[in-house]
Design a protein around this ligand. Structure first.
Ligand code: NAD
Ligand code: GLY
Length: 357
């Protein structure tokens, strides 16, 4: 098992990463001193796959467990779903010391995290992410949120978990598309901070796609390390943390204009490449670096552009995004592979050209 320590003073926590570690989660929680009654929030798909494994491990260490399931899907990141969970938590007499364990992908993590942050003004949160995206991104860093008024993540908080348990084996039951989607965020980490990791991904992509355990463990570990490092420096997203949005200015616009038919990972892949093309046109990124990023995205099975980008709609969606500052589009651009910078000085015509290809 590998461990990343996210250091945030009294809000510090460990991120445990390894194959089969769900089976040891009971012992881990016991050793970490959590109260012996806890509530799991999950969905029926994940519960069918992993509910028994985690339930047995917790029972063996004397935990009393209540499992609350919510239906699958992004639409559950809602005040209505949170309200139902508050009600069920009260019905099972959850107290301030009762931990909530979020078992699932980013949707469960964000919803259960929001409920943990707000129920009784905050109960301990344990993240047990079961998708690649959740293991490398959403379970780390304490952003918890609900969607509201058709706007994603509109209501939320910074609420750090007490522990993250990432069992690599859970990635192996994901659908192909779900897995490939997570790879976009993995590639992002290489570009924003670590050329060595980018090269590692280039050299090991075949093993990653074959779901080789050791390689996946390394991928999740290095991604978690990079994200934790950024969060440690800027927990509340006041500066540096914005680099995690590399590819997301264009990406979010694509998701929104396509009415979420283009998935998040696909949109981020196209967005990362658009940002790289902008940087190339500004004579910052080299042609070789741009080609390497395009090559890795293609090999990962992610798209490099849109058949019909609908530039006007995309630009208008970008202008409505959270990342607009004082009316200017804010971009995270690669300076090289492994280093990015934030700018709001990107000429609109460059953005349009980058979207065309
Ligand atoms: P998801 O949670 O919807 O999971 C995707 C699908 O996979 C679901 O159908 C789920 O039931 C299923 N699933 C989960 N684990 C599985 C497993 N091991 N095997 C088989 N199926 C499994 O989607 P996601 O991509 O994990 O997360 C997306 C969400 O994360 C979005 O709501 C996004 O806003 C949020 N997010 C949050 C942050 C953050 O910092 N809080 C960062 C990135 C994304
Ligand atoms: N997913 C972006 C962040 O955590 O800041």
């Amino acid at each position: 098992m590998k461990k990343v320590q996210l250091r945030l003073g009294s809000n510090s926590y460990d991120i445990d990463i390894g194959p089969g570690i769900l089976k040891q989660s009971g012992r881990q929680l016991k050793e970490s001193g959590f109260a012996d009654r806890l509530v799991i929030i999950t969905n029926p798909i994940v519960n069918n796959l992993y509910g028994d494994t985690i339930g047995r491990s917790l029972a063996a260490e004397g935990f009393t467990v209540t499992t609350l399931t919510i239906p699958d899907g992004e639409e559950q990141k809602s005040l209505e779903a949170a309200g139902r969970l508050y009600h069920e938590l009260a019905e099972c007499y959850a107290e301030r010391t009762t931990p909530i364990l979020a078992l699932g992908g980013g949707v469960i993590g964000d919803l259960a995290g929001f409920v943990a942050a707000t129920y009784l003004r905050g109960v301990p949160l344990i993240q047990v992410p079961t998708t690649l995206l959740a293991q490398v991104d959403s379970s780390i860093g304490g952003k918890v949120a609900l969607d509201h008024d058709r706007l994603k993540n509109k209501i939320g908080a910074f609420y750090q978990p007490r522990l993250v348990i990432s069992d690599i084996d859970t990635i192996k039951t994901l659908g192909d598309k779900q897995f490939t989607d997570g790879l976009a965020e993995v590639i992002k980490y290489g570009v924003i901070q670590d050329e060595g990791f980018f090269t590692y991904l280039e050299n090991n992509l075949d093993r990653i796609k074959l779901l080789d355990t050791e390689t996946l463990e390394e991928v999740v570990f290095r991604s978690a390390e990079i994200k934790a490092g950024v969060v440690e420096k800027d927990e509340k997203d006041l500066g540096l943390r914005a680099i995690l949005n590399f590819g997301h200015t264009v990406g979010h616009a694509i998701e929104s204009v396509s009415d979420f038919k283009v998935s998040h990972g696909e949109a981020v892949a196209i967005g990362m490449l658009a940002a790289a093309r902008i940087s190339r046109r500004m004579s910052i990124l080299t042609q070789n670096e741009l080609s390497r990023l395009e090559g890795l995205i293609k090999r990962a099975g992610l798209p490099t552009g849109l058949p019909d980008p609908g530039i006007e709609k995309l630009v208008s969606a970008m202008k409505q995004d959270k990342k607009v500052l004082k009316g200017k589009l804010r971009f995270v651009l690669p300076e090289s592979l492994g280093k990015v910078f934030i700018t709001d000085e990107v000429n609109l015509s460059l953005v349009e050209q980058a979207l065309i290809g």
